[in-house]
Write a protein that binds this ligand. Structure first.
Ligand code: SDX
Length: 431
């Protein structure tokens, strides 16, 4: 850790405690409090970790005030327009953009890991048909640790590499199978002649009874959605994966934990919740009613797809997603989609409202993604599985980085205890 000359001094009572300050490549300085409890006998208190850096990372940087998101230094808008998902996967995993030969080898490796063990098909049949696909994905991904024993030893770099490739390659297959199972259609096997995004669309929408040709513009839009969701610093699900991994859990169990966390409506589940909200609003004349509810402290309703823990400006992904929504809906001849009109008018009215401006609440990545996914033919229940497919590479990249960190130790936060002082057991007769 460089730059240990700078110090912050904490004064508690008559004691001074010097704490090292570290300077990042970008972003705020950090104060190293690792020795604070040992020196001063106090904990810091930061529920929700709003002011806490949990790790030292080189993967993704976010500037919430400026609306900046970079992966290994490359801005997300450039990656979304010039790159493609598997190339971004390589960048996140290995730190540099690949050469043509490196990319070809990586894409070939991923392509040839897309099938899952045939016996895993039986897991799906244990679920009700109306199970949420995220429930199925948590179960099936966790079960991968029962099938791929040759890539669960996290101390073996070769096994870590295979597990990484298997998860990135098989997540679309598992998500598509969860969807097919939920609609009672047969599973569609992956095809090696299709690229990552086209393969996913084919596995979701092809049926044995007819040939399904993937529209290249929809495949490009799908690939862009994957790219925009790939990684996002230490968000809730990534932090979940890191914490699970810190105990030495196998990669499949860690990613299953990340999927479970992502499912929440405050996190990756917001894309489903946002489209359901837009449908509930239904028409632009009902927007004021919902904005009033979002502002009402006594009403738990929040505008789904709005606000962010870090972005206090536009989420740069939302800007790209909004452009993509216009393109896809134009292509599909649904540019007058009433839900898109409600979304655009809601964004306009909310951004003009002092409540949202003062609290720096802007559309986030989930605000427009659902509109595109629905136009592509996905039910709302598949929106968060799509997010999970994309974010797998981010979880895996952060998982690999943590395992390679010599400072890594099991994550074990403490607490501010405000329960009872110690007291003696009372027999039931005396209660
Ligand atoms: C993702 O962390 C990541 O990077 C996540 C993510 C990723 O790529 O991994 O970017 C993906 O999860 C995006 C966020 C998706 N979630 C939603 O769209 C759900 C709606 N948004 C909110 O629930 C909320 O904005 C959060 C959860 C996203 C952020 O919440 P914070 O940072 O804890 O902020 P907060 O709840 O303390 O809100 C600050 C204030 C509050 O008012 P006060 O108590 O200060 O008076 O803003 C209000 C909130 O009531 N507020 C909202 C609001 N979001 C916050 N009011 C109305 N509508 C909203 N959407």
């Amino acid at each position: 850790m460089a730059d240990e000359t700078r110090k912050a001094t904490l004064i508690i009572g008559n004691e001074n405690y010097d704490l090292p300050i570290y300077s990042p490549t970008e972003g705020p300085d950090v104060i190293d409090i690792r020795k604070l409890y040992g020196q001063a006998g106090v904990f810091t208190y930061d529920p929700g970790f709003t002011s806490t850096a949990s790790c030292d990372s080189t993967i993704t940087f976010i500037d919430g005030d400026e609306g900046v998101l970079t992966h290994r230094g490359y801005p997300i808008d450039q990656l979304a327009s010039k790159s493609h998902y598997l190339e971004v996967c390589y960048l996140l995993l290995y730190g540099e953009l690949p050469t043509a030969a490196e990319l070809e080898k990586f894409e070939d490796t991923i392509t040839h890991h897309t099938m899952i063990h045939e016996q895993m098909h039986n897991f799906f049949r244990g679920f009700r048909r109306d199970a949420h696909p995220m429930a199925t994905m948590v179960g099936v991904v966790g079960a991968m640790s029962a099938f791929y024993h040759d890539s669960t030893d996290i101390s073996d770099p070769h096994q870590r590499e295979i597990a990484s490739h298997r998860l990135i390659a098989k997540m679309p297959t598992i998500a598509a199978m969860a969807y097919k199972y939920s609609i009672g259609q047969p599973f569609v096997y992956p095809r090696n002649d299709l690229d990552y995004a086209a393969n996913f669309l084919h596995m979701c929408f092809a049926v044995p009874a007819a040939e399904y040709v993937v529209d290249p513009i929809l495949a490009r839009a799908m690939d862009r959605i994957f790219t925009l969701h790939a990684d996002h610093e230490q968000n809730a699900s990534t932090s979940t994966v890191r914490l699970a991994s810190s105990s030495g859990a196998n990669p499949f169990a860690c990613i299953a934990a990340g999927i479970a966390c992502l499912w929440g409506p405050a996190h990756g589940g917001a894309n489903q919740a946002c489209l359901e909200m837009l449908k509930e609003i239904g028409s632009v004349d009902r927007i004021p009613e919902f904005i009033a509810r979002a502002k009402d402290k006594n009403d738990p309703f929040r505008l789904m797809g709005f606000g962010h823990r870090v972005y206090k400006n536009f989420d740069p992904r939302a800007k790209v997603m909004k452009q993509s929504a216009d393109e896809v809906l134009d292509l599909l001849g649904v540019e007058n989609n009433p839900i898109l009109q409600v979304a655009k008018e809601l964004e306009k009215q909310a951004l003009a409202d002092p409540y949202f401006a003062d609290k720096k609440l802007f559309p986030n990545v989930d605000f427009y993604s659902g509109i595109i996914l629905e136009a592509m033919g996905f039910p709302t229940s598949m929106f968060t599985p799509v997010f999970a497919v994309s974010r797998t590479v981010g979880w895996i990249s952060q998982w690999k980085e943590q395992l390679a960190d010599p400072q890594m130790k099991i994550g074990r936060p403490r607490q501010l205890y405000r329960g009872h002082k110690q007291r003696d057991y009372r027999d039931i007769e005396t209660r």
